[in-house]
Design a protein around this ligand. Sequence first.
Ligand SMILES: [Ca+2]
Length: 491
Amino acid sequence: MRKFRQNSYVMICFAGLLFVACRNSPSRPEQALSGLEIAGASQDTYSGATIQLAAIAIDDNGDRVDVTAEANWSVTPEDLAQVSPTGLFMAFDRATGSVTVQALLRGQAASTEMAILTRATDMAVRPVQGRVGASGAQPLRAVANLQGGAHRTVTDEIMWSVEPSNAGVVDNDGMFRPATGASGPVRVVAEFQDLTREITVEVQPVFENRFPVVEIPEATFVMGNDNGSQNQRPAHPVHLSAFEIGKYEVTNAEFVAFLNAGLASGDLYHERDVVRGNRGEYLAQPYISFFFRRAGEPPEQKQVISFEDEGFAFETGFSDYPAIGVTWYGARAFCEYYGYRLPTEAEWEAASRAGQQFEYGTADGTLSHDLANYSGVGGADIYTWLSPVGTFPANPFGIHDLVGNVWEFVSDFYQFDYYSHAPMNNPTGPAEPVSFFKGTFGVVLRGCAATGRPLPGCESSRRQQAGAFPTILERHAASPSSFRVARSLHR
Ligand SMILES: [Ca+2]
């Protein structure tokens, strides 16, 4: 309690009652002061925190002198915090509230307000491993566990820093934006009170014009078919914003390049017959499966991508064939890696309708073996199985193989009666997976395949479910599916 006696002593000095005694104190070379300041204070501190304060005197010559050890410190109220004679501020454990810290010296006084907040005992920062395109932004979020058990989002109170320091910035709202030219892993450090957490954000290079795409202008078309199967009814107007969509289905060469990039970056791993995601949204989700190619079978009948010698490869001669064995997760991961997404079901049908309500997504809207590779052979369709992408003529939008070759994933979850309540503008399917059969869930497939039923349902309006989500892998293995990329156009 020596501190308080000192404070009292100085308070009395300050009051002038013992002014002469103070001035004549032999232990201090007396010099008149023209000002006193407190340095090092923080407006916000927390229970249990210690902060080194400094008292800075300004003498008659205008010089600034550190008088921390000479000053007499006090805190009001006294039950929340104290300051040692050496200027070390300490907020008491579990104390919260506002305090006034005061320093006194030779008739001069300085004070500062400090708020003591609840101490955080733990903190989580998400995502642990983010991924962002070089021109994009990654929102970060921090939640603190507070003394007493409460949680609080503290994103906007974090002291953020990145390493390397020129790789980008995190703004006050926790949005990480890569610097121009940055790529690779960036370490983001979040500091809050005395807690420090680190996460990693992978900045991916921009792949401009990586895939041949066509632009589909903003338009309204009629989606569905009142004469089709139940799940295509009712036909209804849909308005879509402008978007672009791949002219071709994603090929083996393209998908293998993605798999090998993911292997190198640690985004995926190979496990027996399955490739799985190793981080982020697709953690442990299957990307592609190999197990439906049995030993001794010719590759043209089955999966042609394989894992050999620590890398992925495809059978010679199949580089331009659509990648199959891909799962919905793998298709999405591929698209996002290159800055795209899967088309929505509505976008896919609009692409197939070609602005002319085409019944089939072919060059002229009719179906024949000269225009598409579907079940059976005839005319230009010499294929009993897949054909290279782009073998058949494009539709009026410039898109190939919407009909046949291989079923294509879209982004929507499958819901049998979705059209009865779908929004008119930019529908994206049910927000959550919807059970369609005995508790199983699916996503939508479009476009029909080169194999399968003799009379394929290849209409623009045809809807097929791929299930069962989330165990889509097994169902998928029996039904080769591919996909094409899409991207919204904001102009
Ligand atoms: Ca065929």
